[in-house]
Write a protein that binds this ligand. Structure first.
Ligand code: COA
Length: 279
């Protein structure tokens, strides 16, 4: 199999549909897949025709987590050098996705195990199928949820839920994942792409510069004191103003106060009326 075949990419109507494409291996993340994901993210990040990235999976799985053979056994056989290299490759693209320039949506169609929680957390929003199955299987084969996974579940879930999943390896389905707030929403599998498209289209209507600053702020303030966050948000808003070449905030106020053409409480201002594109 060629390296590029392990991830499929399709751009349509400003949505980049990126899918793990090793269905025969339940989209387990091998070093080859991890390297390919980094290249794909690089290629898509600043494309003008991409406004939102969706991360899905081909076949019955979203991702069965790290590849037990290629990621663990075969790299361990290469010694510490091999292990560290494969860790850098996987953590590298997870991190890259966490701070991706465009908003990102995990579209979880099926199995999501262990290491799969890394990219799940990296995506800003997550929508899954009711039929999806999530589990921290690490305990079932004798390790702890590493590679950031323990941190991910503790950040996303209350402690009792995080501990339950970690210690039991129990599966939860899509609806339970939504109730637990591991994902935003769960819908029947046959509606998953439609619903994901609706959410992506909603995001495409927003000011893209504001989206990037806003999504980064949500992740950053989590670890700050209140005063630090207050100060950081002032500076980030000023940086956002600088980067937004459309002066979106002024245009947003103008369309509401002067033109009376929309209400900010009910939807976004019309980006196309701005004097310049945002970026
Ligand atoms: N690493 C390596 N190979 C994997 C894999 C993984 N994480 N998950 C699945 N595969 C491979 C299987 O070895 C099998 O390969 P083969 O056809 O060459 O024998 C193929 O993918 C299909 O898997 P199979 O188990 O037959 O599919 P299934 O649909 O019956 O079950 C799972 C799907 C996901 C429940 C099951 O494959 C599984 O438990 N995978 C491991 C999940 C896990 O613990 N991941 C690690 C998290 S860190």
């Amino acid at each position: 199999m060629e390296d590029q075949d392990v991830v499929s990419v399709h751009v349509e109507n400003r949505i980049a549909w990126v899918k793990f494409a090793r269905p025969e291996k339940r989209n387990a993340m091998s070093p080859t897949l991890n390297r390919r994901m980094m290249v794909v993210l690089d290629e898509l990040e600043f494309r003008d025709d991409v406004g939102v990235l969706v991360l899905g999976g081909e076949g019955s799985a979203w991702s069965a987590g790290m590849d037990l053979k290629e990621y663990f056994r075969e790299t361990e056989a290469q010694g510490l050098r091999g292990v560290r290299k494969s860790q850098r490759e996987s953590y590298g693209w997870f991190r890259r996705l966490r701070w991706f320039q465009k908003p990102t949506i995990a579209m979880v169609n099926g199995w999501c195990f262990g290491g799969g929680f890394g990219p799940l957390f990296s995506c800003d929003l997550a929508i899954c199928a009711d039929e999806a199955q999530f589990g921290l299987s690490e305990i079932n084969w004798g390790i702890l949820p590493g590679g950031g996974v323990t941190k991910v579940v503790v950040d996303l879930l209350p402690m009792r839920d995080a501990m339950w999943l970690t210690l039991t390896g129990d599966l939860i389905d899509g609806r339970q994942a939504a109730t637990m707030r591991l994902v935003n929403e769960s819908v029947p599998l046959d509606r998953l792409e439609t619903r994901t498209t609706e959410v992506a289209e909603l995001l495409l209507k927003k000011n893209p510069v504001a989206l990037k600053f806003a999504k980064d702020a949500v992740r950053r303030v989590n670890l700050m004191t209140y005063d630090d966050a207050e100060d950081y948000l002032v500076r980030m808003q000023e940086a956002c103003n600088f980067h937004d070449k459309s002066e979106g905030r002024k245009e947003g106020i103008r369309q509401f106060i002067d033109e009376k053409s929309y209400k900010p409480g009910l939807g976004s201002y019309d980006l196309s009326k701005a004097r310049a594109p945002a970026n």
